[in-house]
Ligand binder design. Structure first.
Ligand code: DAH
Length: 339
């Protein structure tokens, strides 16, 4: 038995000596020390050894194992060290070379404008929410008091996925989602993407963005709407900004209005920017129609509210004096870098 072990050890050491790669050392480990390895099979043969001899032979097996392990470990360490040294030699780093310039990107003008609008309304206690890009006819039209066959639907001719499912034409459906949650009061701002089958030109795109606002509480009046939106305009375009409300029609508000701001370029005297009128149209708004409240299970006798919606691109174009909407989508770095 002793001889057998000596032989095994000598063979293991010879193989370790001959190994020129870590994988080969691992093979040696498996074939001698592994579960099905040579030493293990010697241990299994222990039952044939006379009982009084067993402890001695067992100890001998363990010693042999320890010796092989030790030599193997040393060989592994040596080989790893050599590999690391070779790698360090191969990868020379010249620390005197100038560093690579790190190009840091920055926000898109649409994003800058959106975050500016959000900042203003967050400051007034609004919450920012999001609605789905794909809507059912109910949320996009019906629940906003736009019944089937109403001409207001034609104006927003859009992309239908099926008879009842469409890419939303306005963020106003988010109002309904928010009201349906059943938590009052509501002060929400809902920015998002909308879609209409419009031809591309300097002021139109089949996909653009809107920012929707909704407030529902007890005793909300048109005075709240005016005060809020006037303050918004002053924060966005400057302290001197005046606002004017023109009567308009939206199905989901009554009364409805469009809000103009005094031209921040000429201060209202008329210039190329405001096409000589002194005013710039900025958003649609109104008092939430009682039908809309009722459809979303809110009692119009107890609650009232106002809503507004604006085009994000329009705000970005105005604020940064960009004269073609297409520039916002072309991702030309020379353009984007300017903001
Ligand atoms: N959804 C309207 C549109 O796309 C904009 C709008 C007008 C939203 C009045 C409103 C509102 O919330 O009260 O033209």
């Amino acid at each position: 038995m002793k001889e057998k072990l000596e032989q095994l050890k000598a063979e293991a050491l010879r193989q370790i000596e001959a190994s020129d790669a870590l994988e080969k050392l691992n093979d040696v480990r498996v074939s001698f020390l592994g579960k099905k390895g040579e030493l293990t099979s010697v241990l299994k043969g222990l039952k044939d050894v006379a009982p009084e001899e067993r402890p001695k032979v067992g100890q001998l097996v363990n010693e042999t194992r320890a010796q092989i392990e030790e030599v193997l470990e040393a060989a592994v360490k040596k080989m790893e060290k050599a590999a690391r040294e070779a790698q360090l030699k191969a990868e020379v780093i010249d620390v005197t070379l100038p560093a690579k310039k790190n190009e840091v990107g920055h926000r898109h003008p649409n994003t800058i404008a959106m975050e500016e609008v959000e900042r203003i309304f967050l400051g007034m206690g609004y919450e920012v929410v999001e609605g789905p890009d794909i809507e059912t006819d109910y949320y996009n039209f019906e629940a906003l008091n736009i019944p089937a066959d109403h001409p207001a639907k034609d104006e927003q001719d859009t992309f239908y996925i099926s008879g009842d499912i469409l890419l939303r034409t306005q963020t106003s459906g988010t109002q309904v989602h928010e009201m349906e949650k059943g938590k009052l009061p509501i002060r929400m701002l809902a920015p998002g993407r909308v879609f209409r089958s419009d031809e591309v030109d300097a002021t139109h795109s089949p996909s653009f963005h809107q920012i929707e606002g909704l407030v529902i509480d007890k005793h909300i009046t048109f005075a709240d709407l005016k005060g809020t939106l006037a303050e918004f305009a002053r924060e966005l375009f400057g302290e001197e900004t005046k606002v004017k409300f023109r009567p308009h029609h939206f199905n989901f508000t009554e009364p409805s209005a469009e809000m103009d701001v005094s031209c921040f370029k000429c201060g209202g005297s008329g210039c190329r920017f405001c096409k000589g009128s002194g005013w710039i149209e900025i958003l649609g708004c109104g008092m939430v129609h009682p039908n809309v409240l009722r459809m979303s299970k809110i009692d119009p006798e107890k609650y009232s509210g106002f809503a507004f919606g604006m085009g994000l691109e329009r705000i970005a174009l105005l604020k940064y004096e960009i004269d073609d909407m297409r520039l916002l989508y072309e991702n030309d770095v020379r353009f984007l870098k300017q903001f």
